[in-house]
Design a protein around this ligand. Structure first.
Ligand code: GUN
Ligand code: ZN
Length: 435
């Protein structure tokens, strides 16, 4: 059988390194007139169209995009699919927001039909925004994760998700037990982990809502299965941090609670990490754990400002998260817009090439998936987006004044959103086309 080969011609960019490590110029590859060759859902090659076209087998279909920038699909390292319907809920900071809005919204996922419906809406929204991989919270209900994974599997997406573990300090209608949470997680792992492009994440909500027994059971699951993720929240809000200290007086701090139960690893992703001390950053780096930077959420809930330079100093892996529904947009472009402002408020800059890295390869590295996604390395999954430089009248006008690549990228990141995403591809298949 001949290979299913197709080529895409546009301006093409992808990250190949962290600007903090290799410098800006060595952090990306850019082809003004580029060609991406995709075979059987994987990247075959990327380069200058002038060179690659000459070597394409006769008859290969070439799709051309004008005024467009083609890049790897965005990676969202922290998001809650059950919170899609309560995004933009007014007035509270974290703990009241959870009690007043989040828990009641998550209650509805005891109904599998509701979970199916929201999973579809959620995936449509991700793909409309150019996000091809996400690390996703379900609810405490096993059925919520079945609904999510089966919807993602049908579209052949690379997704990571898990059932929330929560056996205390939450309404009765939303709690499991250490035993049932362990059992349900095992069942889901057996059913979904490694199926197609799916991965399972052991998902204790956060330290305050799990007993010692439940956190120990989470650690046990990570021991029992290869390649599982651990996904939770960490040091988001000052009242939350104080609460954790009072609940776990024997631990030296918030991160130490997770450490105590062996939950720090190369596949551990902690959302937020705003109020961390140097020792905690050091420990994250030592264990290869990652932090998800969620600027729209951190500003929306008034949680604080994420210190990216400090994470860079400690060499902690950082990805970008929308954290919908505390986050206010599914768009990674809008998330970069807010990330830039969070840095400004701390007297720092967020260069557009660093932004590109965070949105793609940096996220892939945080998820230990950089051998599959996040760049156009040969053999990677063909998950990519085509962005429209002229998506809106304002963007079109502004782009006329933009002289350099970094200027154009920056405008995309400040003014771009779902309207900017012309087409999204997953494993070489078109999964969203605008309009
Ligand atoms: N901490 C515990 N649960 C949550 C949640 O659902 N969202 C956010 N942003 N923080 C949390
Ligand atoms: Zn969250």
């Amino acid at each position: 059988m001949t290979a299913a080969r197709k080529a895409y011609r546009a301006s093409i960019i992808h990250s190949i390194g962290d600007p903090a490590e290799v410098g800006l110029e060595a952090s990306y590859e850019y082809f003004e007139d580029g060609l991406l060759v995709v075979t059987d859902g994987q990247i075959e090659s990327v380069g200058d169209a002038g060179i690659l076209l000459a070597h394409l087998p006769h008859g290969t279909e070439v799709v051309e995009y004008d005024d467009a920038l083609l890049m790897p699909g965005f990676i969202d390292t922290h998001i809650h699919y059950p919170q899609t319907g309560m995004i933009a809920s007014y007035g509270e900071q974290l703990l009241d927001w959870l009690n007043n809005y989040t828990f009641p919204a998550e209650k509805a996922f005891s109904d599998p039909a509701h979970a199916d419906e929201v999973a579809e809406i959620f995936l449509n929204e991700l793909l409309r925004n150019g996000t091809t991989t996400a690390l996703v919270f379900g609810t405490v209900h096993k059925a919520s994760v079945d609904a999510f994974f089966s919807a993602a599997d049908k579209r052949n997406l690379r997704m990571i998700a898990g059932k929330v573990l929560m056996d205390r300090n939450a309404p009765d209608y939303l709690t499991d037990t250490a035993e049932s949470g362990y059992r349900d997680s095992r069942e889901l792992i057996e059913r979904w982990h490694g199926k197609g492009r799916l991965h399972y994440a052991v998902t204790p909500r956060f330290a305050p809502t799990s007993s010692d027994e439940q956190l120990a059971a989470a650690g046990q699951l990570l021991q029992e299965y290869e390649g599982l993720y651990m996904h939770t929240h960490l040091s988001e809000n000052r009242d939350e941090v104080e609460w954790v200290k009072s609940l776990f007086p024997q631990c030296s701090g918030y991160l130490d609670v997770y450490d105590h139960f062996n939950l720090l690893s190369e596949r551990s992703v902690f959302a937020h990490g705003i109020h961390l001390c140097d020792d905690e950053c050091k420990r994250l780096a030592e264990t290869g754990s990652a932090v998800a930077f969620c600027p729209t959420s951190n500003l929306f809930l008034g949680s604080g400002l994420f210190n990216l330079p400090k994470m860079e100093q400690h060499k902690v892996h950082v990805g970008l998260g929308t954290d919908v529904g505390a986050g206010t947009s599914f768009s990674i472009l809008q998330t970069l817009n807010e990330a830039y402002k969070v840095m400004q408020l701390q007297g720092a800059k967020l260069n557009p090439f660093k932004s590109l890295y965070l949105a793609t390869l940096g996220g892939a590295r945080a998820l230990r998936l950089d051998d599959r996604i996040g760049s156009f390395a040969s053999g990677n999954d063909a998950d990519f987006v085509v962005l429209d430089y002229n998506a809106t009248q304002l963007m079109q006008y502004r782009m006329q004044q933009a002289k350099t690549l970094d200027e154009k990228l920056f405008v995309l990141m400040m003014l771009g959103d779902d309207r900017t995403v012309r087409e999204t591809f997953a494993a070489g298949q078109s999964v969203h086309r605008r309009g």
